[in-house]
Design a binder for this molecule. Structure first.
Ligand SMILES: CC(C)(COP(=O)(O)OP(=O)(O)OC[C@H]1O[C@@H](n2cnc3c(N)ncnc32)[C@H](O)[C@@H]1OP(=O)(O)O)[C@@H](O)C(=O)NCCC(=O)NCCS
Length: 147
């Protein structure tokens, strides 16, 4: 059974290890600390039999509190396609809704077909392609979902 719970400080080294192969060069250790400080209640982990198997990080726009962002989600390769991602997003969106968030956006690499299928399955729709979103010259697909 998968349990979704808040990230806690003792998870930090494990999470950094899990994140590195999935998000190589995308600054997980630094990102985790920022999100822990800014949006601790939107930083969740999925646990199974005492092991962390997935995580999700969200945030809310300062200038528009009704607009949320799914910042990062990762599920260990050995535990994918078992609804862990679905459960993590459901809990994140429920918490966002209770904070007054009505829409969530996320960006994804164009070539990440697994993540694109996942986001489509849970109700995200494509809004635009943003060229040069990440340095240097890396485009991202912007997706949005109404909560
Ligand atoms: C994207 C990701 C979070 C999905 O997590 P998950 O726990 O495997 O997702 P779920 O089991 O909840 O999948 C729900 C549905 O999404 C779709 N889906 C998920 N992974 C898929 C894949 N590899 N190929 C096609 N569809 C997929 C399916 O419709 C699936 O339902 P089904 O298994 O009944 O067919 C996971 O693949 C992952 O961590 N990938 C590496 C990191 C990453 O790319 N993160 C997103 C960056 S923007």
């Amino acid at each position: 059974m998968i349990t979704i719970r808040n990230f806690q400080d003792s998870d930090y080294p494990v999470l950094c290890e899990l994140d590195a192969p999935m998000f190589s060069g995308m600054g997980g250790p630094i990102l985790f600390r920022h999100i822990q400080e800014l949006f601790g209640d939107l930083f969740l982990v999925a646990e199974m039999d005492g092991d962390i198997i997935g995580y999700i990080l969200g945030g809310v726009h300062l200038e528009d509190a009704a607009r949320g962002k799914l910042i990062r989600i990762g599920v260990c390769p050995g535990h994918q396609r078992k609804e862990c991602g679905t459960q993590l997003t459901a809990e994140l969106f429920s918490r966002m809704k209770s904070r007054g968030v009505t829409s969530v956006h996320v960006t994804v690499a164009l070539e990440n077909s697994a993540a694109r299928s996942f986001y489509a399955k849970i109700g995200f729709v494509q809004k635009e392609i943003r060229e040069n979103y990440f340095y240097p010259d890396i485009p991202r697909l912007v997706l949005e979902k109404t909560l």
